[in-house]
Design a protein around this ligand. Structure first.
Ligand code: ADP
Ligand code: MG
Length: 134
C-alpha cells in the first residue's frame, strides 16, 4: 500500500493507520519516502498510455509518501475492499477513500490489484531486512 501525498498533507496518516490496525492487517513494512519522477513513472508504467499518467506521475512525486506492506488472509482483496473505489464520489460509505480522498487523482491511498503485482511492488520499495513477516 501507499499513503499518497494528500494523506501526508492533510494529516490523515494516523487515521488511516488506525483503520489498518482495526481491520486486522498486520503491518510488516512501513516507511516514508519521496518518489522521484522516474520512480513514479516506473511504478505506474502499466498506465503509461492512459490520459491521466503524466499528471499522476507529477502528483506522486510532488511530496513524501508512505509505502507499506500489509499482511492478512486474502490481503489484496481485503485492502481493496477497505479503500473503496478509485473515485471517492463512487466509494462506499466507511471506506478510506470515501472518508479521506480529495478527488480521483489525490485519492489518499494505493492498493495493489493482484498478488503478482503486490509482490513486484513490495520488491520495488523494500529490501528483505525492512520486512518483518514472522
Ligand atoms: P486504483 O488506484 O483504484 O487501482 P487505477 O489503477 O485505475 O486505480 O489508477 C491508478 C491511480 O491513477 C488512481 O489511484 C488515481 O490516483 C489515478 N487515476 C486513475 N484514474 C484517473 C482519472 N480518470 N483521473 C485522474 N487520476 C486518475
Ligand atoms: Mg490500480
Amino acid at each position: 500500500m501507499i499513503l499518497k501525498p494528500d494523506t501526508i498533507i492533510n494529516k490523515h496518516i494516523g487515521h488511516i493507520i488506525t483503520k489498518i490496525e482495526e481491520n486486522g492487517f498486520k503491518i510488516v513494512g512501513l516507511k516514508l519516502i519521496r518518489m522521484s519522477r522516474k520512480d513514479a513513472e516506473k511504478f505506474y508504467e502499466v498506465h503509461k498510455e492512459r490520459p491521466f499518467y503524466n499528471d499522476l506521475c507529477n502528483y506522486m512525486s510532488s511530496g513524501p509518501v508512505i509505502v507499506g506492506v500489509l499482511e492478512a488472509e486474502n490481503a489484496v482483496q481485503k485492502w481493496r475492499d477497505l479503500i473503496g473505489a478509485t473515485d471517492p464520489k463512487e466509494a462506499k460509505e466507511g471506506t478510506i477513500r470515501k472518508l479521506y480522498a480529495t478527488n480521483k487523482e489525490a485519492n489518499a491511498v494505493h492498493g495493489s490489484d493482484s498478488v503478482e503485482n503486490a509482490k513486484k511492488e513490495i520488491s520495488y520499495f523494500f529490501s528483505e531486512r525492512e520486512l518483518s513477516s514472522d
